[in-house]
Ligand binder design. Sequence first.
Ligand code: GDP
Length: 197
Amino acid sequence: MSGPLRLTFVQSASRVDQLPDSPVEVAFVGRSNVGKSSLVNSIANRKQLARVSNTPGRTQLINLFDVEGNRSEPGTLVDLPGYGYAKASKSIRRDWPEMIEGYILERPNLAMVFVLVDGAIGPTKLDQQMLDWLRFNVVPHTVVATKFDKVKSSKRSTRKKELAAGCQLDLGDIVWVSATKGDGIDQLRSLVRDWVG
Ligand code: GDP
């Protein structure tokens, strides 16, 4: 199957114990403003499924979407709250690691974490900490570099090498995408389908 993923919003949750059961799940995680909402909209070819916001850090909820595919019970795409928003309240900054780390470590059906890194500027220190933490806990993850269109064509090859090295990965391990221009979107859709479609 190809084309947009058929995503249906299920619910938002502020706590892991509020999440419904699901046969299999993938999660999207990344720094606030990395382009996560735009990417979720783009893989579903929808405009308003995930909220693209000019006030980052506002949505501090876990958002769940059913992924319609070939399963009798649909798999789930989980949009985790963005990390590292400087102006987020203290309680949000304090609770984020506990909530997200708890989710990632304790969710038995979680098959893959897609870690979004800003392709134009990443990885940031926080991205690197997230990757170290995932490696340390042996959590399967894939790095997705966003906003490919923002990297000038003359700089792309260098930027790809820099980003891969910053993530301690090989060039080919990284999926480059642009929600705005569509680069890499089909590739990401099929990776998501491989797990939950
Ligand atoms: P989130 O906070 O991670 O959900 O990020 P958003 O999806 O809200 O996007 C943050 C900002 O980056 C917005 O101004 C988007 O328009 C912009 N943005 C997101 N994806 C892209 C992209 O692929 N290319 C460009 N040029 N800008 C993007």
